[in-house]
Design a protein around this ligand. Structure first.
Ligand code: TEU
Length: 562
């Protein structure tokens, strides 16, 4: 069992660029993180996941790496990293690094060599292909497949020098590594071992379900109105993925204790996730699935689909039931790629921001799985009031906007409406520490504007206020550490057809927990078959306990009976 320590753990994600700036250059850094470790220790989290801090031209804020075994100078040095690691361990926490090995930066020496000539020994470390038969390189439609890249434009870039194209599922500065080549895999495993030997406690694996591609690379389906084909069937959950993950496990994790591995897997299904997370198969401990964060997106990417609570509940229920016997869930509302949870799923108005942020935390943390908190979520940080496209910095927002507006003829306003609601920069505005200038994030000019609500929404204010989101999250984390039913209890969804209430039970032996969250601004009564009148109220997010399961707007409750 010790092996599965992460079942009772809570993970906190740091996006280093936006967390805390110690040297005044406007960009977060490792010394900034060191200075705030007590904030995390007080919150009570067990693990810190650090988004990439490796040397990088920062085309995709560090998800484009030029050296896997060093620290980006803007963030610090390896010595400062060791200090950070020691500081984390000294507080009884663990540190998990981001592993970005579906692609590297185009400035990585591996790719520089690979592109230098067709017969370079590293040529085959990346995906190179000639123009489509019958096409001149560089002419429209000459790309080896019709795939679009995630950040807009085609997934292939012509390299003039050798006249061939290279594949990049993300930006053209993020060429895909060729995992078919055993030398690539060995180089990655060596690098992982080097970090683990240095003392880190595991990895969050970026788009790890894209490393195996279907051969030969197939064209994707083109939908009306879009310029490119959807190549996902050619690279999501590819034919050798399980083999690669098992090999990685054998060469890196086998024999190491108390590690945590989580695979980020856009498009993963429940059935596949059972296989990935079955401990007997030695692949990964848990995966990030995307079903709930894709629930407000339809076939047309530039139309917002209103979120229905019944849909959200059906998704979570499917994952809870599916991974009940074998496997394990990771639980998250947001991260550095998603808008702020309270703005998306709650109500970020003055009246309900605090209540709804706490309600969302309650519902998420009481599911079966390992909860992930994204920096600032514990303060109830909100989306940024973006007005124009110039205010965005994210390569995804800018690239998708350019494709949609300049090439596909969408109206700027329709595209901006979606970016305001869903753009990744919502999550990337600086962490709000104090009511001082720039929210205490930096003494310089922040690389991305601070949310104007920082005088009210900040860590200092939250720590001083016993009724803050921060202290409520502290209690939720403590509950996971003290109540075994939160960790191991069976999950049963209640009221699946209710559009306002999210209700479920967790049962372990003779202990039963009832969790209800009101996802609305109305007062609503939960009509349950069961009588919970004698149960103990463990936690609620409002000053008053509900009577007869009648919940105030955005109220959440946890009852316990034995
Ligand atoms: O994200 C993977 C991913 O699927 C994203 O495209 C995400 O779904 C999308 O941006 C949501 O709008 C990972 C990282 O988390 C992300 O920050 C990187 O940009 C991406 O991989 C490439 O490394």
């Amino acid at each position: 069992m010790t092996d599965l320590w992460w079942k009772s753990a809570v993970v906190y994600q740091i996006y280093p660029r936006s967390f805390a700036d110690a040297d005044g250059d406007g960009m977060g850094d490792l010394r900034g993180i060191i200075a705030h470790l007590d904030h995390l220790a007080e919150l009570g989290v067990d693990v810190i996941w650090l988004s990439p801090v490796y040397p990088s031209p920062q085309d995709d804020n560090g998800y484009d790496i030029t050296d896997y075994q060093d620290i980006e100078p803007v963030f610090g040095t390896l010595e400062i990293f060791d200090e950070l690691l020691a500081g984390v361990h000294a507080r009884g926490m663990k540190l998990v690094m981001d592993l970005v090995v579906n692609h590297s930066s185009d400035e990585h020496p591996w790719f520089v060599e690979s592109r230098s000539s067709k017969d370079n020994p590293k040529r085959d470390w990346y995906w190179w292909a000639p123009a489509r038969e019958g096409f001149e390189p560089g002419t429209p439609g000459a790309e080896p497949t019709n795939w679009g890249s995630v950040f807009g434009g085609p997934a292939w870039e012509l390299d003039e020098k050798t006249g061939e194209y290279y594949l990049h599922l993300f930006s053209k500065k993020q060429p895909d590594l060729n995992w078919e080549n055993p030398e690539v895999r060995e180089a990655v495993y060596d690098m992982m071992n080097w970090w683990l030997d240095r003392g880190i406690d595991g990895f969050r694996m970026d788009v790890i379900n894209m490393i195996s591609k279907v051969l030969p690379l197939p064209d994707g389906r083109v939908t009306a109105g879009s310029l490119y084909g959807d190549g996902s069937a050619g690279f999501i959950n590819g034919p050798r993925l399980h083999e690669f993950l098992q090999e990685m496990h054998a060469k890196v994790f086998a024999g190491r204790d108390a590690m945590l591995t989580v695979g980020e897997m856009p498009g993963v299904t429940v059935d596949e996730a059972i296989l990935f997370t079955d401990p007997e198969r030695h692949e990964v401990d848990m995966v990030f699935q995307f079903d709930h964060v894709w629930a407000d997106r339809g076939a047309d990417p530039w139309l917002l689909v209103p979120l229905k609570l019944t849909n959200l509940k059906a998704i979570f229920n499917r994952w809870q039931v599916g991974l009940a016997g074998v496997g394990w869930n990771s639980l998250y509302w947001n991260n550095h790629d998603q808008p702020r949870a309270v703005s998306r799923y709650g109500d970020d108005s003055d009246a309900y921001r605090v209540a709804s942020a706490k309600m969302l935390g309650t519902v998420l943390h009481l599911h079966r799985g390992t909860p992930y908190i994204y920096q600032g979520e514990e303060l109830g940080m909100t989306n940024f009031p973006f007005r124009t496209i110039d205010e965005f910095r994210d390569i995804e927002a800018l690239g998708q906007y350019a494709q949609a507006v300049d090439l596909e003829g969408r109206s700027p306003e329709e595209v901006l409406t979606v970016l305001r609601a869903r753009g990744r920069d919502n999550a990337r505005t600086p962490m709000q520490w104090t009511a001082a200038e720039h929210a205490g994030f930096t003494t310089g000019t922040p690389w991305l504007a601070v949310n104007p609500n920082y005088p009210e929404v900040n860590a200092e204010a939250a720590r001083n206020d016993p009724d803050s989101v921060f202290h409520y999250y502290r209690k939720l984390i403590e509950l996971r550490h003290t109540e075994p039913a939160v960790v191991d209890g069976d999950f049963t969804m209640l009221l699946p057809g209710h559009e306002q209430l999210y209700a479920f039970t967790r049962r372990l032996g003779s202990t039963e927990l009832l969790v209800i969250g009101n996802f609305s601004g109305d007062t609503v009564t939960a009509d349950l078959d069961d009588d919970w009148s004698g149960a103990e109220l463990l936690l609620t997010n409002l000053p008053t306990a509900p009577k007869d399961l009648t919940l105030e707007p955005w109220q959440a409750v946890i009852y316990r009976r034995t």
